[in-house]
Design a protein around this ligand. Structure first.
Ligand SMILES: Nc1nc2c(ncn2[C@@H]2O[C@H](COP(=O)(O)OP(=O)(O)OP(=O)(O)O)[C@@H](O)[C@H]2O)c(=O)[nH]1
Ligand SMILES: [Mg+2]
Length: 293
């Protein structure tokens, strides 16, 4: 598996600024990609904000395997001081209200105490944090009900920390997407790159596509073979050749253009064109009894 790492200076700068701003934050809203809920967990966040209540939002559920998303929500909710909801930020018309409701509920006890002491609770201050391209700015726009923040389908769009009074009860801090200096293993880097959270310019996209083909073949046997009319059990390079053949991607010398096939495959994967796929399963060993019901 090819080794991927992306930690440019602007991420280190953002990490420092986020640590500083956390002092004024009541709640951390951690966005993770529902297709890779573990690989998109930033370990730095636990160091930076271990004592803050955490609302985990699994985004892009429209592209994830619904049954597996449910398992993940149950699994992630088991952590202390943590809640979790899964959302399609593009098509769910109520996602803004759901986020406000959950955030307020998490802060309810504190707010009730303030009310009891005669203090009118101010808006909850929450920091949106997460990997590049996961939907932080989109989420804040949905809560605010208007497109105040720039959001686009590439990693590294947001470059500065910005507070937005998104709702009368909820202030949200938009932050740049950050990764971390060293991934646990090569699979983490591959998964992050596969969903589009790593700058494509630094990647060997053909290697990435082949590694991703192999992972999908393991988790969803036969799926890619059916979509691209490939031979059963074909190896990743053979799959790229099948894609090139189906989509008429031919080089000048008449050979299959596997480089373009790799790019097309990644684009289709990232736009959910291969169906609803989740590339990681919760670790059932640690998940307790209720996952086995
Ligand atoms: N299909 C789908 N697309 C989504 C969802 N949420 C966000 N997106 C898309 O994902 C892309 C990235 O969204 P952004 O809001 O810019 O992501 P971000 O986390 O702010 O990214 P950075 O600022 O680069 O860290 C945009 O094209 C959004 O339209 C979702 O739930 N489903
Ligand atoms: Mg952003």
């Amino acid at each position: 598996m090819v080794k991927i790492q992306w930690y440019p200076g602007h991420m280190e700068k953002a990490r420092r600024e986020m640590t500083e701003r956390l002092k004024a934050v009541d709640l951390v809203i951690e966005l993770r990609d529902a297709r890779i809920p573990e690989a998109s967990r930033n370990p730095l966040l636990n160091m930076m904000a271990k004592d803050k209540p955490r609302l985990i939002l699994l985004t892009k559920t429209d592209m994830a395997d619904p049954a597996v998303t449910e398992q993940w929500v149950r699994y992630l909710k088991q952590q202390e001081n943590t809640s979790c909801i899964a959302l399609d930020l593009m098509r769910d018309n109520h996602c803004g209200r759901k986020i406000i409701r959950e955030a307020l509920q998490m802060m309810q006890e504190k707010r009730n105490k303030q009310i009891a002491r005669g203090i009118r609770p101010r808006a909850v201050r929450a920091m949106a944090a997460g990997i590049p391209n996961v939907g932080k700015s989109t989420m804040i726009n949905r809560v605010a009900g208007k497109n105040s923040l720039k959001a686009a389908d590439k990693p590294g769009v947001t470059r500065s920390l910005t507070w937005l009074h998104a709702d009368k009860d909820l202030d949200l801090l938009d932050t740049p997407g950050v990764l971390w200096p060293k991934f646990d293993d090569e699979k983490t880097g591959t998964l992050l790159a596969a969903v589009g959270s790593v700058n494509d310019d630094i990647l060997d996209r053909k290697m990435l596509a082949m590694d991703t083909v192999r992972m999908i073949q393991e988790l969803y046997p036969g799926l890619l073979e059916e979509i691209y009319e490939a031979e059963e059990g074909v190896n990743p390079n053979g799959m790229l050749k099948a894609i090139a053949a189906r989509r008429n991607l031919v080089r000048e010398n008449g050979e299959a253009d596997t480089k373009r096939a790799a790019e097309l495959f990644l684009t289709e994967l990232r736009h959910g064109k291969l169906g609803r796929i989740t590339l990681e399963r919760p670790d059932e060993e640690e998940s307790g009894e209720d996952l086995h019901e």
